[in-house]
Design a protein around this ligand. Structure first.
Ligand code: FAD
Length: 477
């Protein structure tokens, strides 16, 4: 215990959806949890369009009713104008209870989740930034923190287990593990702003996010419950800089791109942009390992894919759920730590890869028309690192163990064509949904996640008789 530091059982860094979910679920298991968050909530965050898979997690957190009653725009699906094709992704086609989701103002949504964490017993400290992590060998054992308000308050807190949910800042990954890899294939720039008096989307499911391609990228339009609409442009970084050079400013690129997205242009006729532009780039990355002795990386602290399918909050809350089950299994002495973190690693990475493949399909199908996005040109290093080939088979067709010597790019293309021709976009979305096991268990390496009656990891060999694992049900994609 360094410096006779204060001690907690689990330290969570970050109070976004990932951190507050992991912390709440651990506290609900009776485990002592301290959460340090550098900002004072409510704080702004991008990522307003939520997938239905988040709803069952809100149930487990005991905050579902509050979210349901808050007034967020109900989201029944997504609408795509993608190259020459239009698609509706209608959540009503999903099986299971969560056939809708919400478009949320993240400052409000994240604050609800953080306050709920506190109400469920987490020691939440806002305005407290983790500045350093102390290790015993490879194992993190304590964190130094300082007050974000420059008051000079500082201290050290020791812990048995660390959940790093620090988002893009990624304390463990960027400062200590140095294992974050950026995706060449998704080197995009996002530029967005907020508008008032935007005309409602007249097509697609009710409350849908509109995703509309332009020759060098795509727009999102997300209706929010305060009457504003979040409208953002995602463009390949190199093309974006060329356009910026040509047109003179970010504003000009955004405005010019909008003239090439007739749907968005029409919706913004007579509307007013009420804020300046926000810009983010190089947000697509993954940590090769997302866990280790005494720690797990949750949500954006481990990986972020791409805004295209609105998967960020889903992956954060899903990984937080896995983290809570894994960490409590270790602390309760039900599983060896190595086994638990391996389970976490595989289950999270598998969900991440599945979405990577689906997002790649989307970009690929567009790329054939425009040669703009290059997601199908994932480098060999990336293919090797992500083992796309295996995940594609495992996830999309259910076939296993394909030989590494077969070229991953070809296989990916094959499935891209299959998916494009069969128009199984709904099924692709179902996969995103299905990474949250709403039926009793998801088998990974002889272990599975059980949600009820208690969040835990169980051995498949000890499973009570019941429905087959979700994975088998998915094989038909
Ligand atoms: P965060 O929400 O980022 O929370 C991390 C928290 O950690 C922050 O509050 C931060 O203040 C705190 N923190 C950081 N460092 C420290 C420290 N040293 N000490 C203490 N606290 C610290 N996702 C969707 O689901 N839908 C969308 O439509 C969507 N659109 C997106 C559009 C763009 C352009 C981008 C870039 C992302 C989008 N996302 C979207 C992704 C989404 O924003 C993230 O995936 C999500 O916020 C991740 O949640 P998190 O809890 O992992 O991290």
């Amino acid at each position: 215990n360094p410096d006779n530091a204060e001690k907690t059982r689990v330290l969570v860094i970050g109070g976004g959806p990932g951190g507050s979910t992991a912390a709440t679920l651990l506290a609900r298991q009776g485990i002592e949890v301290t959460l340090l968050e550098s900002a004072i909530f409510p704080r702004y965050h991008i990522g307003e369009s939520i997938l239905p898979s988040v709803l069952p997690v809100l149930d487990l957190l005991g905050v579902r009713e509050e979210v349901d009653n808050h007034g967020f725009v109900r989201k029944d699906g997504a609408y795509f104008e993608w190259g020459p094709e239009n698609w509706d992704l209608n959540f009503d086609h999903l099986s299971g209870a969560s056939r809708h989701s919400y478009q949320v103002i993240r400052s409000e949504f994240d604050h609800m989740l953080l306050k709920n964490a506190q109400a469920k017993g987490v020691d939440v400290r806002e305005g407290v930034k983790v500045t350093e992590i102390l290790f015993h060998g490879d194992r993190p054992v304590a964190a130094r923190w300082s007050a974000s308000d420059n008051s000079g308050a500082a201290g050290t807190i020791a812990f048995d287990f660390l959940v790093d949910a620090s988002g893009r800042a990624g304390v463990m990954a960027t400062k200590y593990l140095k294992n974050r890899r950026y995706h060449e294939a998704f080197k995009n720039v996002a530029v967005w702003s907020y508008w008032r008096d935007v005309k409602p989307l007249e097509v697609g499911p009710k409350g849908a996010i509109a995703v509309c391609s332009v020759p060098y990228g795509w727009f999102w339009a997300i209706p929010l419950h305060d009457g504003t609409t979040s409208i953002g442009l995602v463009a390949k970084r190199t093309t974006f800089s060329d356009e910026r050079e040509r047109l003179g400013s970010i504003e000009a690129v955004y405005a010019d791109a909008m003239t090439q997205a007739p749907r968005i242009l029409e919706m913004t006729q007579g509307a007013n942009k009420i804020e300046g532009y926000k810009v983010e780039q190089d947000y697509s990355y993954v940590s090769e390992r997302k866990s280790g002795p005494g720690y797990v990386l949750v949500g954006d602290a481990a990986a972020f894919l791409d805004p295209l399918l609105s998967t960020g909050v889903h992956l954060s809350t899903f990984s937080a759920l896995l983290a809570a089950a894994s960490v409590s299994a270790v602390l309760d002495g039900e599983l060896a730590e190595q086994e638990a973190v391996d389970f976490y690693e595989r289950a999270y990475h598998q969900a991440y890869e599945r979405l990577l493949v689906v997002v790649s399909f989307f970009y690929n199908s567009y790329n054939r028309q425009t040669q703009f996005f290059e997601a199908d040109k994932l480098t060999r290093r990336e293919r090797h690192m992500l083992n796309l080939y295996e995940s594609f088979l495992h996830i999309v067709t259910g076939i296993e163990d394909l030989d590494d010597s077969i070229d991953g790019g070809e296989a990916l293309e094959e499935v891209a064509q299959q998916i494009a021709t069969q128009k199984k976009i709904d099924a692709g979305h179902n996969e995103a949904m299905n990474s949250l096991p709403d039926s009793p268990r998801q088998a990974v390496g002889g272990l599975y996640l059980e949600l009820e009656p208690r969040l835990r990891i169980r051995r498949t060999s000890e499973a009570p008789a019941g429905p087959e694992p979700v994975r088998e049900a998915r094989a038909g994609l």
